[in-house]
Design a protein around this ligand. Sequence first.
Ligand SMILES: Nc1ncnc2c1ncn2[C@@H]1O[C@H](COP(=O)(O)OP(=O)(O)OP(=O)(O)O)[C@@H](O)[C@H]1O
Ligand SMILES: [Mg+2]
Length: 375
Amino acid sequence: MDNPFIIKPYKSKDLFCDREQELRLMLSNCLNYTDMTLISQRRLGKTGLILRLFDEIKEQHTDISTIYIDILASRTIDDFIKLLAEGAMRAFKPKTSIGDKFMSFIKSLRPQLSFDNITGEPQLQLTYNSVQEKEYTLRGLFEFLDQQGCHIVVAIDEFQQIREYPEDNIEALLRTYIQHTHNLTFIFSGSKKHLMTDIFINEKKPFYSSTTFVSLDKISVSSYSAFIKRLFTQSGKKIDNKAINFILEWTRRHTYYTQQLCHTIFANEESMIDVDAVKKACNQLLSQSEYTFLQYKQMLTPKQWNFMIAIAKEGTVHKATSAEFLSKYKLGTPSTVTRLLDSLKEKGLLNDDVSIKGTSYSLNDVFLSHWLERL
Ligand SMILES: Nc1ncnc2c1ncn2[C@@H]1O[C@H](COP(=O)(O)OP(=O)(O)OP(=O)(O)O)[C@@H](O)[C@H]1O
Ligand SMILES: [Mg+2]
């Protein structure tokens, strides 16, 4: 039997836990042509949710088409154009009316077209003679999609990556083209919170206030417990409630880590799962990752590493610059800690949870956190 705890972004509705509320909200935004921004901590399930939404649209709203692109690996606007064009080619297959029109449009750009020899996916190579030609192509792409007389939802994942592009005015350019479309709805998703919020909340920036926000939190205890129980039971395994509670606490209900742990437990092929079986899987995961954890150590200064250990031992730190925390772990002055927080946030190793009571910090990698706790 296939392992039902998937560790890829999305497989099917049946193997996807909850997110009903977010799904309804996003669907309603789509139906109302409301562009949205989806932000959360890393690995909490943004990509999975977008794919789940697209699955729902495919089933329930056949008049809407969907395009998904992940721009994490893009370095320039050329890459962006290429990814968007490839995304459209995946969405509109040849021998459909839009697919054929899109192909003619692409051919007018004199591309080199090849197919990945492993996945069979189309790959485009476009060249431009001038910056104007490039901007013309980008605008042309948005215009083409907009003029097909059908509603298209375009999800751009890891959108903050546009901040890395060396070209000037990218945000203004994209915003202008997007603003002029009528039949497209956009989902901008990303996990670098400070960049994403700066793009959409900073009033000096082109995308300011142009979208509605969808925030993604942890899945509730009740939903995740029922989900875990169902998937084990359906596979003929028994799991007791204590074991489920242990899983959810140890992984802090952080989706990626909860899925990883359940995946490992399932792979161990025990038919009765109790807390001991769960602990065994936890240890397996920590020892498998040890090599990666040691790479982190090499990447960081001794001060940063010690600070990571201090946060790991606390689990969550509510007052990071308090005298008590500083002296307990011999961290130096508040300004040293502020610098450490900034540098580790920048590297994506720390979560900052902002609430009315202040900002609390925890390590993003739950497994690393447990491993450091033991040092
Ligand atoms: N609702 C869910 N039910 C079950 N598994 C989920 C759910 N949401 C996400 N996952 C799993 O959690 C992992 C992380 O999800 P995903 O890649 O969607 O997160 P992300 O927020 O896009 O991460 P990143 O910040 O790295 O882009 C994946 O393995 C995915 O299968
Ligand atoms: Mg993602």
